[in-house]
Design a protein around this ligand. Structure first.
Ligand SMILES: C[S@@+](CC[C@H](N)C(=O)[O-])C[C@H]1O[C@@H](n2cnc3c(N)ncnc32)[C@H](O)[C@@H]1O
Length: 235
């Protein structure tokens, strides 16, 4: 099964699991940080790249001039179009993160990429295209699973407590694809390990400045570990 087929299989599970407000991880760790970085979005034109079931695009559209949600899954996009027909400043279209974007130069104030890039092998064209379509001083906000989070699971494995999610990860610098049970352990999805440095250099090499880096922690088994990495880049 290729990655698009994997995500198409996950559409209903994802939509049910997130609902219209997001799950606990999103609500407690990801959304507050992204909203803080977004600040006042009045009059902003926003691209939500890899929008999934669209609930976050719809949420931010309430306070933005307009939002376009894109995703490579035809089934996610069909679902979003069905769910949000009546929101006039919100639209959706099919688009693969690894393709050129069908937008003019300098059109967006903000691009959001929330929990998408860990599933993309090569993020170089996305970085280049994001730079092109953002206005000067525009922001690109990237949220991903924190690469050190996977190391915690590896450490668990070393300690003899195996974790089924990251069975084959044994080296922080090993970028080979992993397929793991994801989405509340209901679907197998392929994931492409990257280091913190990989994420940062992909974007600064295309001209972005790193404005803010947030490492959001989560307590597990009495240990506070970094769970989500959020990078705010400035054009
Ligand atoms: C974990 S979900 C995140 C969805 C949404 N951003 C959110 O936070 O609810 C990952 C999303 O990335 C999308 N995706 C994965 N690979 C993609 C690609 N190559 N191009 C576009 N979207 C992709 C999936 O279809 C899925 O909707």
């Amino acid at each position: 099964m290729n990655t698009k087929q994997q995500w198409n299989t996950a559409v209903n599970i994802y939509n049910d699991g997130m609902g219209e407000e997001g799950d606990k991880l999103n609500n407690s760790l990801i959304h507050p940080t992204i909203k803080e970085l977004l600040g006042d979005t009045t009059n902003k034109i926003i691209l939500d790249s890899g929008c999934g079931s669209g609930y976050f695009s719809a949420e931010i559209a309430k306070k933005a001039l307009s939002v376009i949600g894109t995703d490579f899954s035809d089934m996610f996009i069909a679902l979003c179009k069905r769910k949000y027909t009546n929101i006039s400043n919100l639209s959706f279209q099919e688009l693969d993160v690894v393709e050129k974007m069908p937008f003019q130069n300098n059109v967006f104030d903000v691009i959001i990429s929330k929990m998408v890039l860990q599933y993309i092998n090569n993020i170089s064209l996305f970085a280049q295209e994001s730079y092109r379509v953002l206005k000067a001083k525009g922001h690109l906000i990237v949220a991903v699973d924190h690469p050190f989070n996977t190391q915690f699971y590896f450490a668990q494995k070393l300690a003899g407590s195996n974790n089924p999610k990251y069975q084959s990860l044994s080296n922080y610098f090993d970028r080979s694809a992993q397929t793991k049970l994801s989405l509340w352990e209901k679907v197998k999805l392929t994931w492409y390990p990257k280091t913190v440095g990989d994420y940062i250099s992909a974007f600064i090499s295309k001209g972005f400045y790193l404005d803010t880096i947030k490492e959001v922690g989560e307590e597990k088994q009495n240990t506070l570990i970094p769970r989500i990495l959020i990078l705010d880049f400035l054009k």
